[in-house]
Design a protein around this ligand. Sequence first.
Ligand code: FAS
Ligand code: PHB
Length: 392
Amino acid sequence: MQRTQVAIIGAGPSGLLLGVLLHQAGIANVILEQRSGDYVLSRIRAGILEQTLTELLDEAGVGARMRREGLVHHGIYLSTQGQRHRIDLSALTGDKSVLVYGQTEVTRDLMEARMAAGLQTLYEVDHVSVHGIESSPSVRYQRGGQSHELHCDFIAGCDGFHGISRTSVPRDAIRTYERIYPFGWLGVLADAPPPAEELVYAQHQRGFALCSMRSRTRVRCYVQCNLSDKVEQWSDERFWAELRCRLDGETAAALQPAPALEKSIAPLRSFVAEPLRFGRLFLAGDAGHIVPPTGAKGLNLAASDVRYLSRGLIEHYRDHSDAGLDSYSEKALRRIWRAERFSWSMTKLMHCFPDIAGFDHKLQQAELEYLLSSRAAQAVLAENYVGLPFED
Ligand code: FAS
Ligand code: PHB
């Protein structure tokens, strides 16, 4: 009979980080992933790591390359009405900063650490289902045409927004909260130098734009697009021309178009499931919540769930105490809702909403002008952007 202490569903950053932290504490775990490792690595997702996440990756023993290759950023730019304004994150937060290091690289570092430790990650599994979550949990799955059942003490649902964990719990046991935004983000990855040394978030009447990066020679840029848009409708030329339109003069002048290495459209939503614990099944990361990427919180929020959950599981096995597990959902949700608030406020501030006009449009302008004129308002943005402290 297949058995482990913690069965983890999903080999994205949540599942991989949890697996490494549990292994470090001597807790056996197996990860089941529906895709191949290469497919997981092919996804282009987040790019900004809070200090809370970089410290956790150091703790997990996977921070060396991140520290070598990551770019420390002490500020961001907000661009509007043809001008760009620097928000000095470090000056406003007692010297905190963020690190530019792609989620793909975080995932790669975690995968390599897991492999080096000889930990079991079952890729390309099918028909995953969870059972006995109240008392004697198990995960059933198919692999290579064979059916299997993995018995365990706990199940960590790290299988993202479209996974099976959240949808496996009885409907009357879970409550969801959702806001769908009436636009998407068209993202392009290209080998070109970034147009500014820090990220530029642009608010423009044609729509939001963002110039981010993965290194000093690789940009990751986005433009707000219609939900009905298809990637095929956006040639590289159209993308770069539209991006340039939405940027202030200084940033636009420094923009160097280059062939898209990756181009994709992501819908935007805010979503939270409550609670995050169902007996011996715990939800972590995108399985439990989604934020619009405007606040760069998605990956960082996944990591904070994993920090709380890993500590609760370690306390269970090491100290025979369930205090951490019993408080996991409530503690994680407090931090999740603060990130939801920040991500929603940044999205509301910086995007063109097709259905707002008149008073609401003037409010949005006044909000941005106030932010750019008030150190107090910038301090609120800065402390949320660099990451709020953990509650411990
Ligand atoms: P993930 O979705 O990354 O991983 C879940 C894993 O579970 C996947 O590998 C999936 O294949 C697997 N899985 C699903 N169902 C399964 C099943 N039934 N059985 C087994 N395995 C299963 N965040 C930011 O901070 N900044 C950004 O710019 C940003 N951009 C994003 C763009 C897109 C298109 C998306 C979708 C998300 C973006 N995010 C961004 C958020 C993203 O980074 C997530 O927060 C992060 O991937 C969360 O990691 P996980 O919780 O591990 O979920
Ligand atoms: C990215 O680099 O992909 C990125 C950075 C900041 C965001 C969103 C995405 O707010």
